[in-house]
Design a protein around this ligand. Structure first.
Ligand code: ADP
Ligand code: LRH
Length: 474
């Protein structure tokens, strides 16, 4: 039996989980969990990176009794820190929901950019964030590190750019599988900012003595979605996945990117996965819609436990109001119930009258968006899909799983909840002599992690067609 530590920083919470790998089985023990609360400063919305780093150290310390052979870090994508020539952090990293990237300016023709990077042109991509960054800060910068690479640097002193996360910058060439020098130059960004790429499964180095910890850090799929999709307990390739947490990342796994205009127009992205795969997916706004409602309700003293809201939403009438989760008004932080109200008024639908009604509206709407993304991914890539896997915190939401099955007209397999930590752990195990290919990794997940199956209610198909039509999707 060998133990590995997964540090998994999600947009809503961070957790440190030990994975004990024994032959064909893996068992998880959570040793540390903490809230991830961004900080609004006069210049914008930031991550509390030093607070997060302290929690990472506390988690690694809590994992020590398990005598781990290595540790790996993943987090949400696109955000970065700039370092000065000496390696000190230059300013506080911004949160991707900060409003400063609202006016996206493309350095090249958007169609050409898509053909080069395969990335959906989201306002929060690293490219647009860097272009909105302070020119003086950029001029002083000696390097840029994506957040998991920044934490890896603080832990080991070693710098590098892990490939899966680099592929979310929109400065990485999907065909050449390298930084895109033409795009970097066209964006007016200094080439020296971009560190050497490193692959998941490579050793980064020993933890610095100053951390007070003993151990080795290994690069994993440091983009959380890469790790999560690696641990989807699927067999074969006829599946779609939904990595469902703050975001719903909905798509299929492909051997090569889809770089067509139709794909660009439909908002699909091509991100680098493990084993040279491509995650062909769409970002659906996800449970962020509910999380931000919960934050607003708690601020006025209402209790807003997720499990209670799910239970209440079961009894709320369906399809009263359906919103398009991807409406850009929902992206920033702020009063989410008010924004849902505004959307409903704008579209002549009833404004939800209770937390249960908001939750139902969010779940119905997400199920519709999940369906549209599953269908879009299948059609645009030519991949047949006969089952949908939901992993991440949202896989605990039975109602959302059932509604997604009904909306898609496909069986949904829910779990594991901690797919990201599993993918993180299993890549480390692979680097340590264990199975390295995706199929074997998934076999370990299937052998040791329970899942639940939701069969679609096919009689509901017409109602879902109508709900999709209400927000202009299929
Ligand atoms: P992230 O990694 O993006 O922070 P997670 O994968 O941790 O997100 O998922 C968080 C989401 O999981 C929450 O927003 C919540 O909606 C859902 N969730 C957590 N616990 C439960 C539960 N007991 N029942 C239903 N849903 C839950
Ligand atoms: C999910 C995620 C997603 C990105 C978003 C910024 O946590 O990494 O894959 O698009 O955060």
């Amino acid at each position: 039996m060998s133990a590995y530590v997964a540090v998994d920083l999600g947009a809503s919470s961070g957790r440190v989980i030990v994975g004990a790998v024994d032959g064909n089985r893996v068992e998880l023990t959570e040793v540390h969990r903490f809230a991830n609360e961004p900080v609004e400063l006069p210049d914008g919305l930031h991550w509390d990176v030093l607070g997060l780093y302290k929690e990472v150290l506390a988690g690694l310390r809590a994992a020590e009794p398990h005598r781990p052979r290595s540790a790996g870090i993943d987090s949400w994508a696109v955000d970065y820190g700039l370092l000065d020539a000496g390696g000190a952090l230059l300013g506080l990293p911004y949160h991707y929901r900060d409003r400063r990237t609202g006016d996206r300016v493309d350095p090249l023709d958007p169609a050409e950019m898509y053909r080069r990077t395969g990335l959906a042109q989201q306002p929060f991509n690293t490219l647009y964030q860097l272009r909105a960054d302070d020119p003086a800060r950029l001029a002083a910068a000696g390097g840029m590190l994506m957040l998991p690479d920044l934490f890896a640097y603080w832990l080991t002193g070693e710098r590098g750019a892990e490939r899966t996360n680099a592929s979310t910058t929109q400065l990485y060439n999907a065909i050449a599988r390298d930084w895109d020098d033409k795009l970097i130059a066209a964006a007016g960004l200094p080439r020296h900012l971009f560190a050497r790429l490193r692959d998941p499964g490579t050793v980064i180095g020993p933890l610095r003595a100053a951390t007070g910890l003993d151990g080795t850090l290994v690069a994993v799929g440091s983009h959380d979605t890469a790790s999560a999709v690696a641990a989807v307990p699927a067999t074969g390739d006829r599946f779609a996945y939904i990595s469902c947490g703050t975001w719903s990342l909905v798509g299929v796994e492909l051997p090569s990117p889809v770089l067509t205009e139709a794909s660009r127009a439909a908002g699909f992205t091509n991100e680098a996965g493990l084993d040279g795969t491509i995650r062909y997916l769409r970002n659906v706004m996800g449970l962020w819609l509910l999380q931000e409602c919960q934050r607003a309700w708690r601020a006025v003293g209402l209790s807003a436990e997720t499990a209670d809201l799910v239970a209440a939403a079961y009894t709320a009438p369906p399809f009263v109001s359906v919103v398009n989760p991807d409406d850009p008004t929902f992206l920033p932080a702020g009063d989410m119930p008010a924004r849902i109200d505004a959307y409903c008024r704008r579209t002549d639908q009833p404004v939800p009258a209770s937390p249960a009604a908001y939750a139902r509206c969010v779940f119905d709407s997400l199920a519709v968006a999940h369906r549209a993304a599953v269908r879009g991914a299948a059609e645009l890539s030519g991949r047949d899909v006969d089952q949908v896997h939901i992993v991440g915190g949202g896989s605990r939401n039975d109602l959302l799983c059932q509604l997604t099955a009904d909306a898609c007209g496909l069986p949904v397999v829910a779990g594991p909840v901690e797919a990201t930590a599993l993918g993180n752990v299993l890549v480390q195990a692979g680097a340590d002599g264990g199975p390295r290919d995706l199929a074997s990794l998934r076999a370990v997940v299937r052998a040791s992690q329970p899942t639940r199956r939701f069969e679609p209610d096919r009689a509901a198909a017409k109602a879902w067609d109508a709900a999709a039509a209400r927000i202009g999707v299929r």
